[in-house]
Design a protein around this ligand. Structure first.
Ligand SMILES: [Zn+2]
Ligand SMILES: [Zn+2]
Length: 208
């Protein structure tokens, strides 16, 4: 079973709830975080049916690729360098955490003044929370890597820059994995289309 959840938006980082889990549309199950979109023919009945906020744009992008660019030859996915693990969470993506005991949302009142809390000021899951365990503890995404577990690095495929961590996720899908760049229009490629055994994906270009 493909881990589609990995391609969904991360709760606590991206508040678009309708992107927090995969959804089903026609014969395909989709997942996206807005940078990468994956669809597979695998059916997983834990995946919700099409819901009202299913992003139609994600579905259209695949139709557009096939209609306009489907004739472009695919190339095998090349060997990729390893993506660097996030230095803050060491690739764990999340921390178990509790509300900061010293403040309310990063601020506390002392006498007549309000102060920024020093206890959670540089917390890896954001002000107002600290790493902790116990019955109150909740999983919260690492702020540094936005819950993705890797350091942001640009890797070029045929001259176009992509997020190396996402390329690694796509390369790990059931093979063979192949890709084709969007045709270059006015110097802007816009991204790449990927095919894997049982599905397809689109990855946005990383501009830096
Ligand atoms: Zn991290
Ligand atoms: Zn605090």
């Amino acid at each position: 079973m493909i881990n589609l959840q990995r391609f969904c938006a991360v709760p606590g980082i991206d508040e678009r709830e309708y992107l927090h889990r995969p959804w089903r549309d026609g014969d395909w199950t989709y997942a996206t975080n807005g940078h990468v979109i994956v669809r597979t023919r695998e059916f997983d009945d834990t995946v919700a049916d099409k819901h009202s906020r299913s992003p139609a744009r994600a579905v259209e992008m695949f139709a557009e690729w096939h209609n306009k660019h489907g004739h472009i030859a695919m190339k095998p996915m090349p060997e990729l360098p390893h993506a660097q693990r996030c230095k803050v969470c060491d690739g764990a993506e999340h921390f178990m955490s509790v509300k900061c005991p010293d403040c309310d949302g990063g601020m506390f009142v002392h006498g007549a003044h309000e102060y920024e809390c020093q206890n959670c000021g540089d917390s890896p899951i954001g002000v107002g929370f600290v790493v902790g365990t116990g019955s109150e503890a909740k999983r919260r995404p690492c702020e540094s890597c936005m819950g993705r577990g890797f350091e942001q690095t640009t890797h070029r495929l045929a001259g176009t820059g992509f997020e190396l961590g996402y390329l690694q996720w796509l390369a790990a899908l059931p093979g063979p994995v192949s890709f084709s760049l969007y045709p270059n229009v006015n110097g802007a490629s816009g991204g790449a289309f990927f095919a894997f055994n049982g599905g397809e994906a689109i990855l946005m270009e990383r501009k830096d």
